[in-house]
Each structure stands twice: as structure tokens, then as C-alpha cells.
Design a protein around this ligand. Structure first.
Ligand code: PLP
Length: 376
């Protein structure tokens, strides 16, 4: 057999799989050479600077032995989430991070010939989960980096099967209030599944709730996803959950991974749900430091720096003056701060900076000021 023949007989990925660009995670500290032995501070993946609840860490240490399979249905965790949010556990599904749930939602309701819709500067995983099931990703224009409900609705047609809206959105931090979410849902044909990705919901003040959980309770076509990766400080345990109608949850349950949450993931997340004081501390810390940092960026307005108003645990900072985002990214890395530069998401003019400890945010703001002054 010639080499060409061998190659033509090799397994061929489906063309829609071939078109996928792998997810690009935020750089980690180990990607950079630490200068002068100084520790590198990673503010590129929206992880919790306060770490993890002590109660959750203790439960993780006590988690049942690794030789046993975990509870396939994460029953204790679903019951605790149901109690906390007032949801029947039959309408809750847990996933290996919310990423798994976004993927099964697209696969269950969309396929070749169908369209999956989301907004420009939406979460980068939506493109992957749409293509993975053979559907066509459709990108609606933004409204000054925010989600534009009218623009989304204008692109809905008979082929549209799933809409993803992250609220707050990543990487912009922008937030649609309850009225806008309700307006979007009310105008959608009933065959479209509206997925509201609430990865950052715990950072939103309770009185500003976007109403998505109650829509998920009352509608046949709304799915809400949540994660333990952000405010709960459990990114490394890979735990997410979703809620929707009994029917939607039952469908997604058929195609999620069996035993998708490990023993330690279930035990740790269960204890984390029980420590709402940690989540409250996280929200308050984030609110205070985000406002403080945003104020310092605003003071650099004459140098062309601008932060998109954020309800999440990060700020998207635009560089519209002489100091470029790329130069700022490199300057911060030299000073030991790893943030997220997003040219691959059509945002070469922006840095997404996770809100960390005050000393670090103050140091970053001071470094940006110094670089902006030098670039004048
Ligand atoms: C971080 C994030 C997630 C969470 O992903 P996990 O798989 O749960 O870690 C989901 N959606 C958005 C918009 C995010 O930023």
C-alpha cells in the first residue's frame, strides 16, 4: 500500500469537527518564566482570589475512597441546590463543569442544517459546542460590547434551535436586566431553546436578579446553567448544574457523561453549597474591588483606557489611545501579572482582567498608569 492510500484510508473527522478551533484557556503562571523568583499572579481565568470555602476543603479531604464509583446522579448535591434555590431536584442536572451542560444542550436540540445563535463577544465555548454537533453558529452584532436583544431576535428563523446568552457575559462583563431577558424570551418562537448561562450569577446583587431561574421554572424552552468554577472557587473540581423543564432536563440527562461528577467533586460542591457565607464574602469583596479598580481605569480615560461596566468578577478594559492592549499585556506580564489578551476573539484592543486582591489591582492600575504616561 502506498503512503497516499494509507492516508486516504485513515479515519476522517467530520468536516464540522475539522472546522473547530480548540478552546484557548487563559495562560497559567507556569506558562511564564518567573522573574527574580517573584510569584506570578494569574488574573486570566476569572478564578476566585479568596480561594475555596474552608468547609468545602475539609469535605474534599474526607471524600469517599477513589476505588468506588461516585453516585451517578449526584443526588445529595442536587437536593442541596434544590433547597437553596427553591427548585425541584428533578429539574436539576449536574455536569462536569457547566461546559458539559452547554455541550449536551446544543447536541440535544441542534444538528446539521440547524442554527445556534449567540452574540459577538460571547463566551468562546459556544462556537465549539455549536460546531461539535454539526450546527451552524450564527453571531449577532453587539451593542457597544453588550448583548443586543433586538439584534439577536432579528436573526431568529425556523432553523434557529438554540440561543446562548451569558448573563453576565464573558468576556465583556455586560449584563441584561430582567426586563431584557423577559423581552427576549417573550419574542422567541417556542421551538427555540434559550440557554441562559449564569456562570457569574453569584456576583450579581440578589435584588438585580435577571429572572432566568423563574423563567426556567415556568417555560418549556429555557435552560439556565450555573457553575462552581467562579464564585464558589471550585474551578479545579469541574462542577456545574443546569435547570429547565422536567422534559428538557430528562432529555439532557440521557446524553451527559455517566458518573460525570467524581466523588470529591460531589462532596466538595455539596459542602460549598452549605457555606453561603463564603459566597457572600466573595460577592462583597468583588463588588468593592471591582468598583475601586474601575475608578482607577476611568481616571485614565484621557489616555484612551475605558472599562465596560461589569457585573462579573472581571473587567474588560479597552485600549483606544496610544497605549495598545498588546503592549499593556506584555508590560503587565513583565511585572508578574498574567491577564487575558483576546485577539483570537476579535478583541485585540482589549484586556480582560480578573478582579483579585486589592494590592494586586492597585499594582496593576499603577502599572497601567505608568505605561499610559510613557506612551503619550
Ligand atoms: C467560566 C464560564 C463557564 C464555566 O465553565 P465550567 O465548565 O463550569 O468551568 C461557563 N460559562 C461562562 C460564560 C464562563 O465564563
Amino acid at each position: 500500500m502506498t503512503e497516499t492510500e494509507t492516508r486516504s484510508q485513515a479515519p476522517q473527522p467530520k468536516p464540522w469537527i475539522e472546522a473547530i478551533h480548540a478552546y484557548v484557556p487563559g495562560k497559567s503562571a507556569s506558562d511564564f518564566e518567573g522573574k527574580d523568583g517573584r510569584p506570578l499572579i494569574k488574573l486570566s481565568a476569572n478564578e476566585n482570589p479568596l480561594g475555596t470555602s474552608e468547609a468545602a476543603l475539609a469535605a474534599r479531604a474526607d471524600a469517599v475512597v477513589p476505588s468506588l464509583y461516585p453516585d451517578p446522579d449526584s443526588n445529595a448535591l442536587r437536593a442541596a441546590l434544590g433547597k437553596l434555590h427553591g427548585i425541584d431536584p428533578a429539574r436539576i442536572l449536574c455536569g462536569t463543569g457547566s461546559g458539559e451542560l452547554l455541550s449536551v444542550a446544543a447536541s440535544a436540540y441542534a444538528g446539521p442544517g440547524d442554527e445556534v445563535l449567540y452574540v459577538r463577544y460571547g463566551f468562546s465555548l459556544y462556537d465549539i459546542v455549536a460546531r461539535r454537533c454539526g450546527a451552524t453558529p450564527i453571531v449577532a452584532p453587539d451593542d457597544d460590547y453588550g448583548t443586543d436583544v433586538a439584534a439577536l431576535l432579528a436573526l431568529v428563523n425556523a432553523r434557529t434551535k438554540v440561543i446562548f446568552v451569558a448573563n453576565p457575559n464573558n468576556p465583556t462583563g455586560s449584563f441584561l436586566p430582567k426586563g431584557e431577558i423577559a423581552r427576549l424570551h417573550a419574542a422567541l418562537p417556542s421551538h427555540v431553546l434559550l440557554v441562559i448561562d449564569q456562570a457569574y450569577a453569584e456576583y450579581v446583587a440578589p435584588e438585580d436578579d435577571d429572572g432566568a431561574l423563574s423563567l426556567a421554572a415556568s417555560s418549556a424552552n429555557v435552560l439556565v446553567t450555573r457553575t462552581f468554577s467562579k464564585a464558589y472557587g471550585l474551578a479545579g473540581e469541574r462542577v456545574g448544574w443546569a435547570t429547565g423543564s422536567t422534559k428538557v432536563i430528562e432529555v439532557l440527562n440521557r446524553i451527559r457523561g455517566p458518573f460525570n461528577l467524581s466523588n470529591s467533586a460531589q462532596a466538595t460542591a455539596l459542602a460549598a453549597v452549605g457555606d453561603q457565607a463564603f459566597v457572600d464574602r466573595t460577592r462583597l469583596h468583588n463588588r468593592e474591588e471591582r468598583a475601586r479598580f474601575a475608578g482607577k481605569i476611568e481616571a485614565l480615560g484621557n489616555d484612551g483606557l475605558r472599562a465596560i461596566p461589569s457585573e462579573a468578577n472581571f473587567l474588560l478594559v479597552l485600549f483606544e489611545g496610544p497605549l495598545t492592549a498588546e503592549a499593556a499585556y506584555e508590560g503587565l506580564a513583565e511585572r508578574g501579572y498574567i491577564v487575558r489578551w483576546l485577539p483570537g476573539q476579535g478583541l485585540p484592543q482589549a484586556l480582560r482582567i480578573t478582579i483579585g486582591h486589592r494590592r494586586d489591582m492597585d499594582a496593576i492600575a499603577a502599572a497601567l498608569r505608568e505605561m499610559a504616561e510613557a506612551a503619550r
